[in-house]
Design a protein around this ligand. Structure first.
Ligand code: SF4
Ligand code: SF4
Length: 141
């Protein structure tokens, strides 16, 4: 017979308590320090070394060859394309990048029905920034 008072106590306790869940996406949880979200890539900093793609454990970084030939000698750089749907956010690419071209962010809201929205491809402008860097370095135009 002690069950009813115990149940009532439990009901009152739960009615007055704040819910453990959030009304996402209206309400959002505070992001903890050190959270690893979608990485940002900077064409201005990238030197096309390809280390990020070689070190990625899940194949989330595709390396695209970019022809930066100048003065006849063929030269290629390897430019990353990020397939975030394969990413496990280990941040190995952030660690390995020698020029800090891959930067951490806390962006986590990546769910989508459109796969192209979770692929980060360099734009034509970004590719020409990288190509120009190498042309200048090798004395070309
Ligand atoms: S965070 Fe890890 S899994 Fe994601 S792209 Fe970088 S190296 Fe690959
Ligand atoms: S993002 Fe960094 S590691 Fe990746 S190709 Fe560019 S410079 Fe190299």
């Amino acid at each position: 017979m002690k069950l009813i008072p115990r149940l009532l106590k439990e009901v009152v306790r739960n009615v007055t308590k704040k819910p453990a869940t959030l009304q996402y996406p209206i309400e959002k949880r505070e992001i903890p320090e050190g959270f690893r979200g979608r990485m940002k890539w900077s064409a201005e900093r990238c030197i096309g070394c390809g280390l990020c793609g070689m070190d990625c454990p899940t194949g989330a970084i595709e390396l695209m060859p970019l022809n930066v030939s100048s003065g006849g000698r063929p030269q290629y750089r390897r430019i990353p394309i990020f397939h975030y749907y394969r990413c496990i956010f280990c941040y190995q690419c952030v660690e390995v990048c020698p020029t800090k071209a891959i930067l951490p962010t806390t962006e986590y809201d990546l769910s989508t029905y459109d796969k192209s929205k979770v692929v980060r491809k360099p734009s034509k402008e970004e590719l020409s920034i990288i190509a120009n860097k190498f042309m200048k370095r090798s004395g070309g135009k």
